[in-house]
Write a protein that binds this ligand. Structure first.
Ligand code: NAP
Length: 354
């Protein structure tokens, strides 16, 4: 369907991140030279995982110093590259100032990287890691979608700085990318819109919110029950394949929902019960919506009453057929992704056995 071209270097922003780790690994193993602009090239604790992969791979890994909020800082890293994968963007819900901590790096960072692509004649394609969060804001939006199913034609219109700010940041960032791409014709933009990403990290201590979420299944936070919040889920290794295909499939175009499973938080946790239920406080039952509505905002400031009303006990559905058709996606079972991620957390001292 596509051939990995090793003749020119490529740039991957956010290479230290959970999502990009497996993408960089696949590229290096295929023999591609990867330019990795990172915030701190001296942070060996963060880079050692990629380093270990690079040592054993035919591809070369080169670090550069860059920051999404530092205009022009990607100029060195992008030089001579054919493809950019722009994955860097903060994925966290624990913020004090959503404009500064989420929207600026997402939107201004996308502008910074894509304007550098405009100034770089060798660039042929930019692959943007957007999110299903740029398609919907709350699960209640899913019910309002035609046929109750999200598609690539839909945009998130319900998130804002004060409600689902991360989803808002991803929406404005993807819009920014399309605006810049549509104003020129030398390179094309291909967008990957993953649902919640799970599975083991190349770096077992990734900062991604995916880790904070799954950690709660083993650290006792949800021992009395998990909210049945509908989610889509995709394995990080399958998502790397989507990124590779989006970069090298000549006629790839537009947005792609990359999601293997329609699930919910409780169901995700319960995939772990058989193997880990005796030793760790995995949630076994649903936490009632009225209870979450009552105590949610007290224990977690992002779990506002509005978020609870619009998401708990509301299912999530999306049409993933374009990714299967156009990018050749295959999805591994959810239980495999959850088990591999949880086992990695155990091996890295995330939880105490009970
Ligand atoms: P992550 O592990 O926290 O990675 C975020 C990456 O962005 C890190 O490499 C980080 O670099 C970089 N970054 C953040 N702020 C930066 C800045 N100001 N300048 C330069 N780099 C910066 O999170 P992730 O889950 O892998 O997320 C990666 C991408 O996937 C994001 O675009 C996210 O929206 C998207 N996504 C994630 C999920 C999911 O469930 N995980 C789902 C859909 C989409 P440092 O190492 O320097 O911090």
């Amino acid at each position: 369907m596509f051939k990995i071209d090793t003749s020119a270097p490529v740039m991957v922003t956010g290479a230290t991140g959970f999502v990009a780790g497996w993408l960089v690994k696949s590229l290096l193993e295929a023999g591609v030279t990867v330019h990795a602009p990172v915030r701190d090239p001296a942070n060996l604790a963060k880079l050692k995982y990629l380093e270990a992969i690079a040592e054993k791979s035919p591809g070369d890994l080169k670090y550069f110093k860059a920051d999404l909020l530092d205009d022009g800082s990607y100029a060195e890293a992008i030089k001579g590259c054919a493809i950019v994968w722009h994955t860097a963007s903060p994925f966290t819900t624990n913020v004090k100032d959503p404009q500064k901590e989420l929207v600026d790096p997402a939107q201004l960072g996308t502008r910074n990287v894509l304007e550098e692509a405009n100034r770089t004649p060798s660039i042929q394609r930019v692959v943007l890691t957007s999110s299903c969060a740029a398609i919907y804001g709350d699960n209640a939006d899913v019910a309002k979608a035609p046929g109750g199913v999200l598609t690539e034609d839909i945009w998130n219109t319900t998130s804002s700085l004060t409600h689902q700010a991360y989803s808002f940041s991803k929406t404005v960032a993807e819009k920014e990318a399309w605006k810049i791409a549509d104003a020129q014709s030398r390179w094309d933009l291909v967008v990957v819109n993953p649902s919640l990403v799970v599975g083991p990290g190349v770096n077992p201590h990734a900062t991604s919110e995916s880790f904070s979420l799954v950690k709660q299944f083993g650290d006792g936070t949800l021992k009395s029950g998990a909210p049945r919040i509908g989610f889509g889920a995709v394995d990080v290794r399958d998502l790397a394949q989507a990124h590779i295909a989006a970069g090298f499939t000549v006629d790839a175009e537009g947005r792609h929902i990359i999601s293997g499973h329609e699930t919910n938080l409780l169901e995700m946790a319960m995939t772990l019960l058989e193997k880990y239920g005796d030793d760790y406080p995995i949630p076994r039952k649903a936490m009632p919506k009225w209870l979450i509505w009552l105590v949610g905002p007290v224990v977690n400031k992002t779990l506002t009453r509005k978020v609870v009303s619009l998401n708990v006990d509301v299912p999530w559905r999306a049409d993933n057929s374009k990714g299967i058709r156009a990018l050749g996606m295959h999805y591994r079972p959810l239980a495999e992704s959850m088990t591999d991620m949880f086992q990695q957390m155990i091996d890295n001292g995330y939880f105490k056995k009970r």
